[in-house]
Write a protein that binds this ligand. Structure first.
Ligand code: AZC
Length: 838
């Protein structure tokens, strides 16, 4: 269907009626068709993996119908669109999600089983798309699901890394990183767009030309290197809506025409090999989520992503508009942290140098389209690129950044009376011991109309700390958008028994798009019959998790135990070390008990998982410590079933989908003021797992919703943290903390020398994250956990209330707020012409 003025709506909707049929036989036909013609295998003999690929292709066909119609519809309507720019999308698997959102799980299940395949086994053949590190990347993926479900005219833009997040192997307790070459057997969910390509330039120099009668200066960037960006589209189906959004990921390919010269020097083979270097730009995801590393390749990746994206957005706009006047009414761009901030000078460059707009108009447009999200206050994560590097790689962008800064500093002086040190403190460019640096967060702030934090407490903190001076001059720029997660993946798909119980109890499935309805579970929280059903559902999920542990360790775990889970990236501020110290004490306490006393111990299965950044030495030692404690504890026959500890290797989205539903208790124990939001806390709460945690990030708002009395809150307040850090050296160390530390130091779990740096990091007046300080309060919270577990009714009530109170934490709510308060975009449900359909 051609877009524009001549789109025939009648035709569009007759196409909707002619969509591929979803009856079992049609699905079987399409699967078998793909076995034969896409995979070129025999339709009489194919294995689970081939069944997966064929089923995926048949589903992909159905996604493409929706994708094409949604995009044609948007082209016809030409509404304001929002583009979510992110260096990471942690998608996980797609098969079940697409089946669920299209409402075709049952017919596919039947179709597959009719052909002799178990849906469960077929699903397992899919590899995770792990193009992200952790919270920030997974949030982007949850947002895509919500944007599609809310029928927003939205696209995600990112990079198609060939190697995603590394595979973590734990060998003798040590983390080893293995490459995740996830595209080996092809990725059926992407659509290659060989015709959607853009040149992306690097290096070289800028020349100035006087042009026209007014003597206007024109800047021409003569690049030293050019690569081609090729688009790969990933359809993002909304839940039970024809809307299918798009995630466009860019891959780098060598550029055909560029430096033909090199080929004439005689060294043909070297020239080819040189060209291959282009592809390295999109070869690997940087696996560090919180420490900034000023690597040139990373800067190249960032520019590559935003340059291709902006060219694409501008091209789409220009297809339907003759000048740039309406650009801010048609385009909103969200920067997911500062990683895509180079989009700002790139848009300025495109407008000024390629479209001949003046500075004032270009700046006016730029500041109306960008908004930016900050995801952390940890200073080591803040991006600062050396001016010398930016200058070398992107000479024109560096000039533009200087200009932006110059004008900004003028404004500070003239309109805000700022001078001296304060002026220097706010400058985008700063002189440091390593030379001049570009502070990317400041650049993002100056050019964005809005900046937001990701939970109420975090949004308040950024105004008081890292962006204090900016808040003083532009308070209206600052907003909060508390994170959320998609209940489609994190409840409906990953926990079908619980989803069914909720639907049966509420008498409606509407919570799948209106999560607030979960409130309706509150009135059943103390109903004994309902509690029994709830317990049954939790048991089913625990069995799945127990099976996973069995596969991992060979152990049959005690189903009566509390399944106590901490899964997230390994980081000092997240305090996995504090968790394991309390496990050490628990172990020691059980050991010192008489057999009679042991009868009263509440059994625990402690499950910890997460990846350490490959260069993060202390985090790697924490993994080894968990493994060492696990080894000693699990084989101690005196302790037996009362305590087990497991480190789950290679924690990822698919494992999370098993671990989260199966947990009774989850740990969200970061030092107050360090975890911007957290999002697993929301997923756990939705699945009826109780939180033991600090008043940090979104835990604060979760406590408001489900009630502090239904969580196990402990630890100091964020307000107290700065002062406590000052006093660290002089504080009395908790004796139990000292005891646990000593056990490790004295070699109780072996490897004592190896753990010294870890111990040093929390003793002798260091302890930046205040483990010793919070330890006693943490142990008391753990005591409360045990005592409340003993009373099954109390626990079940709290579990039900956790789910009932998690309605606020749907990414649908978050995205709705972004759309209304920041992007000003409206839902565009593909709607039929008057009088047709429904
Ligand atoms: C994370 C935050 O640490 C986490 O608290 C938050 O829930 C998540 O973003 C989503 O907002 N941050 C990151 O993963 N990375 C960076 C650079 O902050």
């Amino acid at each position: 269907v051609e877009g524009g003025d001549h789109l025939n709506r009648e035709l569009l909707y007759s196409l909707l009626d002619s969509y591929l049929k979803n009856d079992v036989v049609s699905i079987q036909e399409s699967i078998v068709h793909h076995v034969e013609f896409t995979l070129a295998r025999s339709r009489y003999k194919f294995d689970n993996r081939e069944a997966y690929f064929a089923a995926a292709h048949s589903l992909r066909d159905r996604l493409i119908e929706r994708w094409n119609d949604t995009q044609a519809w948007l082209k016809y309507k030409d509404p304001k669109r929002v583009y979510y720019l992110s260096m990471e999308f942690l998608m996980g698997r797609t098969f079940l999600n697409a089946l669920h959102n299209l409402g075709v799980i049952a017919p596919y299940q039947e179709a597959l089983s009719g052909l002799g395949y178990e849906m469960e086994n077929v699903q397992q053949a899919e590899r995770d798309a792990a193009l992200g590190n952790g919270g920030l990347g997974r949030l982007a993926s949850c947002f895509l699901d919500s944007m599609a479900t809310l029928n927003l005219p939205a696209w995600g833009y990112g990079i198609r890394y060939e190697y995603g997040m590394f595979r973590q192997v734990v060998s003798e307790g040590f983390q080893k990183e293995q490459p995740d070459y996830w595209l080996t057997f092809g990725y059926p969910w992407e659509i290659e767009r060989p015709h959607v390509t853009y040149p992306v330039k690097f290096y070289g120099h800028v020349s100035v030309h006087e042009e026209g009668s007014d003597g206007r200066q024109n800047f021409v960037w003569n690049a030293g290197e050019e690569v081609t960006a090729v688009a790969y589209d990933n359809p993002i189906p909304g839940f039970k809506t024809p809307t299918c959004a798009n995630l466009r990921l860019w891959a780098a390919k060598p550029c055909q025409e560029f430096d033909l010269e090199a080929f004439n020097t005689g060294d043909y083979v070297s020239s080819i090999i040189d060209k291959q270097k282009a592809e390295t730009i999109t070869s690997v995801l940087y696996p560090d989520d919180k420490t900034f590393e000023g690597k040139e390749l990373r800067l190249k990746q960032q520019h590559f992503m935003v340059s291709a994206t902006l060219q694409d957005i501008v091209r789409r706009y220009k297809e339907q508009h003759k000048d740039f006047d309406a650009f801010p009414e048609k385009v909103a761009m969200q920067l997911n942290d500062t990683h895509p901030t180079l989009g700002i000078p790139e848009l300025m460059r495109i407008l000024m140098d390629e479209n001949r707009l003046g500075w004032t108009q270009s700046w006016d447009i730029t500041t109306k389209v960008f908004s930016f999200t900050n995801h952390t206050v940890l200073p080591e994560a803040l991006e600062q690129w050396p001016v010398s590097l930016v200058e070398k790689l992107l000479p024109r962008h560096m000039q533009i950044i200087y200009d932006i800064n110059w004008r900004f500093l003028q404004e500070l002086q003239q309109n805000h009376g700022i001078s001296g040190d304060k002026l220097g403190n706010m400058s985008i460019i700063v002189d440091t011991e390593y030379g001049k640096m570009v502070r990317m967060a400041y650049l993002a702030l100056v050019a964005s109309h809005t900046v937001n934090g990701v939970a109420a407490m975090h949004s308040k903190l950024i105004k008081e700390t890292i962006f204090k001076d900016f808040n003083a001059i532009w308070p209206e720029k600052f907003q909060n958008k508390t994170n959320g997660v998609t209940q489609r993946r994190w409840l409906a798909q990953c926990n079908p028994p619980l989803a069914k119980l909720i639907t049966d109890t509420l008498g409606t499935e509407a919570w799948v798009t209106h999560l607030d309805l979960l409130q309706g579970l509150r009135e059943h929280a103390e109903d004994e019959e309902f509690q029994q059903k709830w317990a049954g559902v939790k048991k089913e999920a625990k069995v799945k998790l127990a099976n996973m542990i069995k596969d991992l360790s060979g152990d049959e775990v005690n189903m009566e135990a509390i399944f106590d889970v901490q899964v997230k990236r390994i980081h000092e501020y997240k305090r996995q070390f504090m968790n394991i110290l309390s496990v050490v004490l628990r172990y020691d306490r059980i050991k010192s008990m008489s057999p009679e006393e042991r009868k009263d111990v509440v059994p625990r299965v402690v499950i910890i998982g997460g990846k350490a950044a490959p260069g993060y030495d202390l985090a790697k030692r924490i993994i080894k410590l968990i493994s060492a404690v696990s080894e000693t504890v699990n084989k101690d026959s005196e302790v037996g079933d009362l305590l087990k500890v497991y480190f789950v290797p290679d924690y990822n989205v698919s494992l999370a989908e098993v671990i989260i539903p199966g947990s009774d208790l989850n740990q969200q124990i970061s030092t107050a003021g360090t975890e911007a939001s957290g999002t697993s806390n929301m997923k756990f709460a939705m699945n009826g797992s109780l939180i033991i945690g600090t008043m940090d990030g979104a835990n604060v708002e979760i406590a408001e919703e489900i009630g502090e009395e239904n969580m196990f809150i402990f630890g100091v307040d964020a307000k107290e943290v700065p002062e406590l850090r000052e006093q660290r050296e002089y504080l009395q160390v908790d004796p139990q903390f000292q005891h646990a530390v000593n056990m490790i130091k004295n070699g109780h779990f072996g490897w004592n020398d190896y753990f010294n740096p870890l111990i040093d990091s929390v003793t002798g007046g260091r302890d930046w994250y205040l483990l010793a300080n919070d330890f006693n309060s943490y142990l008391q919270a753990q005591e409360r956990v045990d005592s409340e577990w003993r009373d099954k009714k109390v626990w079940l009530k709290k579990s039900i209330l956790s789910t009932a109170g998690s309605g606020k934490f749907s990414s649908d709510r978050t995205i709705h707020e972004y759309a209304e308060d920041i992007w000003k975009v409206e839902p565009q449900p593909p709607s039929p012409p008057e009088g047709r359909r429904e």
